[in-house]
Design a protein around this ligand. Structure first.
Ligand code: FAD
Length: 602
């Protein structure tokens, strides 16, 4: 079978770079040790090899489609949902009292990384179901928990997040789906939701939509949004399932992720759609952010997964395709010699290294963010706040860098295959189509960038940023202990200073109330910060590799550790210096994108 990910790299990142074992001292995770987690991951790899990877191409070639008011999805989905439930994947991080495994988030991200690398069309179904169940368990009434959570955790019922409406995408404050109070403990829901992932298919017996709506008379804007549980089939007093007036009106046909259905749902067309309020009225967006933040990290992780699969596919091709001859020292080629494998050409090696640097660096960032999530949950007092702020700050970057740069990585994978990369006989074109959505859903890159610069950088008067700088400085300090790593540690320190200069340049615009000017290049700032953060991750990886090889840790071969350090050096030579150009763009005196006065001619 073709490789789609590297278990050694994943294990190394978990155990030696992010030291997952430090988490087991906390009572929440006391039943775990490294071996248990790694054994679980092996089982997931086996499941992915057998039940996910073999269906990856087929799900693209035979996409989900709409027929007779329902969605026809790939039949393998039934097994994926049920087995994800049985193995504990859906409820991996949930409390044991609710039937969860109480596993750290970092381990759950590793699980989904394996599954998604094998087949990114499948994982959204169990992952969104878990996210929806988590919202019910965190904010819902005892009755809602009792009625819905168990069936969702088992994979018998699917879960969704229903936010987007035709006129309200990025701007959720404009949503109009209405909720009218009744005397019977439920609300009447009326409205339409579009682009709802995993919203309907025949392999789950019911769907539990976590839906944002506006209660009649609620304030305008985001302050008037409430969260509801709206099942496709509601549960009667006698425990039967009855139709809840949720109509499936269509399935969007897409560029990629074609096995993952994207539905158009109409609620309450016959005036008979019941919804149950979750938590307090008008607090819906705040609650939904719990699911959205988790989903943002997961979208970033899915982008890493696609990049991983694309890297391994193009590496295999480069190892098999003979073409051309190497240049001798006098610049000539010997036409009588056999062609060499394309992997021997420096330009192909550059493209392979670029893919590896982006995908492994991004994977490390996903795990880093998940680790902060775990620590924000289990640490005490000040420490808890520290990790919470770090999580908040890194979330938009963990979503965006893998989605944007992952696309570039996959594009280089296509290039390695030459003409075959463009043809449907080979898988690379599918990876390129699949990864495109990651920069769009769960908040576009533009929206994530506004969040990073407009909110997160300023969070708690810049405290989150200060904490992040302290974390990076700690890594820089550690790298100083190794002569081989000193130049890179210095380079990262210089970049950090440059970043400070950018922020010092931008913040006065906000202080003067010039917010559009302040945020006009937020996406360029995001690219800058994303690259800086991945450089930090690579230095961490290199330190772990260096220390492991010095301590004669024979978990992996010396070649494995050398390859990590080599890839770090690649990132510092080819990627990190590029962002100095971005700094110049951000600080450039000309302002060319603001709508100032009359619209110009395009
Ligand atoms: C395949 C797929 C699956 C999806 N799954 C779900 C789901 O499960 N649940 C759900 O609720 N939604 C889902 N969505 C919706 C998705 O989250 C939205 O498409 C996304 O948030 C963008 O909204 P929009 O498409 O309306 O684009 P718009 O909001 O119209 O944005 C268009 C462009 O304008 C930019 N823009 C908009 N506002 C601003 C601003 N204030 N400042 C700067 N730039 C701005 C955006 O960055 C973008 O480039 C899905 C979408 C797709 C395509």
């Amino acid at each position: 079978m073709a490789a789609y990910m590297n278990m050694d790299t994943l294990r190394f990142l978990l155990t030696q770079v992010h030291n997952i074992s430090d988490l087991f001292q906390y009572s929440r995770f006391k039943d775990y040790d490294e071996e248990t987690i790694l054994t679980f991951l092996d089982a997931i790899k086996d499941f992915s090899d057998k039940e996910l990877f073999p269906y990856f191409r087929e799900m693209d070639e035979k996409p989900a489609y709409f027929k007779n008011n329902s969605i026809i999805a790939h039949p393998q989905l039934k097994k994926v949902m049920r087995q994800s439930g049985e193995m504990g994947v859906i409820g991996a991080t949930f409390d044991a009292e609710y039937g969860g495994l109480q596993m750290p988030e970092i381990a759950s991200q590793a699980v989904y990384f394996i599954m998604s690398s094998a087949n990114n069309h499948c994982v959204g179904y169990p992952a969104l179901t878990g996210g929806a169940a988590d919202l019910i368990l965190t904010f819902g009434s005892e009755k809602l928990k009792e009625l819905y959570a168990t069936k969702m955790l088992s994979g018998e019922w699917g879960g969704t997040m229903c936010l987007t409406e035709p006129q309200a995408g990025s701007s959720l404050s404009d949503l109009t789906t209405a909720a009218t109070s009744t005397d019977e403990g439920f609300y009447q829901i009326k409205g339409q939701k579009i682009f709802i992932s995993g919203g309907d298919h025949e392999y789950c017996d019911n769907f539990v939509h976590l839906l944002l709506a506006r209660i009649d008379g609620a304030p305008a804007g985001t302050k008037g949004i409430s969260l509801f549980v709206v099942p496709k089939k509601r549960i009667t007093d006698t425990g039967e399932l009855e139709d809840n007036d949720v109509l499936t009106a269509g399935d969007f046909q897409k560029l990629g992720q074609r096995g993952y259905c994207t539905t158009h749902l109409v609620f309450g067309e016959s005036g008979n759609c019941h919804g149950w309020l979750v938590g307090e009225a008008n607090q819906g967006l705040k609650y939904m952010f719990q699911m959205m933040n988790g989903a943002r990290i997961s979208v970033g992780r899915d982008a890493v997964s696609v990049s991983s699969a694309a890297y391994h596919a193009s590496l295999q091709y480069a190892n098999e395709r003979p073409q051309g001859r190497r240049l001798s020292n006098d610049g000539s080629k010997n036409p009588n010699a056999n062609p060499v494998l394309i992997k021997e050409h420096p330009d192909v090696r550059r493209m392979l290294l670029l893919q590896k640097a982006i995908y492994e660096g991004s994977l490390s960032l996903t795990l880093q963010t998940a680790l902060y999530h775990d620590l924000s949950r289990v640490a005490l007092a000040e420490e808890k706040e520290k990790y919470h702020l770090l999580l908040e700050l890194l979330t938009p970057i963990a979503k965006t860098y893998p989605s944007e740069k992952g696309r570039e990585a996959v594009d280089n994978g296509v290039q390695i295959l030459g003409g075959y990369g463009y043809c449907s006989d080979f898988v690379l074109q599918q990876h390129l189509r699949d990864i495109r959505i990651m920069a769009i859903y769960e908040g576009t890159t533009g929206i994530q960038s506004l969040d990073l610069l407009g909110r997160k950088v300023m969070l708690k008067n810049g405290k989150a940023l200060e904490l992040l700088v302290a974390e990076i400085m700690q890594t820089i300090g550690k790298a100083q202990a190794h002569d081989e790593l000193k130049p890179y540690s210095k380079q990262l320190g210089t970049t950090l200073q440059e970043a400070k200069g950018i922020i010092d340049f931008l913040v006065p615009f906000a202080m003067k109330g010039q917010y559009e000017r302040f945020l006009s290049d937020a996406t360029i700032f995001m690219e800058y910060m994303g690259t800086l953060i991945i450089a930090w991750q690579w230095l961490k990886i290199a330190i772990a590799a260096k220390e492991a090889s010095l301590n004669n840790k024979d978990t992996y071969t010396s070649k494995f550790y050398e390859s990590k350090i080599h890839t770090m050096r690649f990132f510092y030579k080819y990627e990190l210096p590029r962002i100095t150009g971005l700094a110049a763009t951000i600080k450039h005196p000309e302002v060319l994108t603001l709508l100032d006065g009359e619209e110009k001619e395009w």
